[in-house]
Design a protein around this ligand. Structure first.
Ligand SMILES: Nc1nc2c(ncn2[C@@H]2O[C@H](COP(=O)(O)OP(=O)(O)OP(=O)(O)O)[C@@H](O)[C@H]2O)c(=O)[nH]1
Ligand SMILES: [Mg+2]
Length: 269
């Protein structure tokens, strides 16, 4: 298929994907891998945006970098704050300069780009859970179909309660920002057999996690079944994808799922 035809078939309007998730869940690495995958395999114009004012090193070339305006190091020095206080201050400052940010690439001409990928900080409570973030995300939504991806780090999952608690952070995020959140399980290459079983249950049939906790006592046996039932209810329309940066098939799965989530033209697989 001709390059332009393939492109037209895949993307009809700019789509924006915002990677969020706890510290170290793989947002920055996935911003690089997914961006490269889209360029090489889909021939798309991709703009990777760094919205993490605390980033030290980026493995991709950002077409917009919030550190042009604000860095955590400067805020810590100028306001005498620790790192978390500085992130809270940063989100406030970013919300105040959103007009300026929106006048820069890629937001000033979103139609020039097929996909805009946004990398965010991992300090959920000090950044993405802040009320100002809702306004920031609202401004992004004006520029294209926007999907918020919540990264669940599979290397943090050892037990069923780990799986359920990480899933819950995603639900809280959804409640907090009022936008549908697509769960993505990262670092699939680090899984052993036991952990893979737990994650497959979480993804396909979370009610089966109840089997793992049937002999538990105390708070786990009291609360976890309730949490699992909420997990089942909130699984939503999208099948969570298990992704690894070293497996391009999994990045392809991720792409089709994200694209489906933003696309009103149906399934293109
Ligand atoms: N094995 C494996 N490691 C990964 C994968 N993705 C990311 N990592 C590693 O996980 C660590 C954190 O990755 P980052 O991409 O920096 O995570 P982040 O979510 O951007 O981190 P913060 O911005 O600090 O919150 C790094 O050591 C990565 O190399 C993956 O698919 N597999
Ligand atoms: Mg990062």
């Amino acid at each position: 298929m001709l390059r332009e035809q393939l492109k037209a078939r895949m993307i009809t309007m700019t789509y924006i994907v915002v990677f969020t998730g706890p510290a170290g869940s793989g947002k920055t690495t996935l911003t690089r891998t997914y961006g490269e995958w889209l360029r090489i395999n889909m021939f798309l114009n991709v703009c990777q945006v760094n919205m993490d004012p605390g980033a030290e090193f980026l493995p991709y070339e950002p077409c917009m970098d919030v550190r042009e305006f604000i860095t955590i190091k400067d805020i810590m020095r100028e306001h005498g704050l620790g790192p978390n206080g500085a992130f809270m201050k940063a989100v406030e400052m970013i919300s105040q300069i959103m007009d300026k940010i929106m006048r820069k690439q890629p937001f000033n001409e979103p139609e020039k780009w097929d996909v805009i990928i946004i990398d965010t900080p991992g300090q959920l409570e000090a950044f993405i859970f802040r009320p100002e973030t809702r306004e920031i995300l609202g401004r992004l939504q004006e520029k294209g179909r926007t999907v918020i991806a919540y990264l669940i780090d599979s290397s943090m999952i050892r037990t069923s309660s780990d799986a359920v608690s990480l899933w819950f952070l995603g639900i809280l995020l959804q409640v907090k920002i009022g936008i549908d959140v697509i769960p993505i399980v990262t670092k699939a290459d680090t899984l052993d057999e036991t952990r893979e079983k737990i994650i497959k249950k979480l993804i396909t049939s979370p009610e089966k996690l109840l089997e793992d906790i049937k002999d538990s006592e105390g708070i786990v046996s009291d609360i976890l079944p309730e949490l699992i039932s909420i997990t089942v209810k909130t699984r939503g329309a999208y099948r969570p994808v298990l992704v690894s940066n070293s497996n391009s098939e999994s990045v392809k799965d991720l792409h089709f799922m994200l694209h489906e989530a933003t696309c009103s033209c149906g399934d293109l697989t």
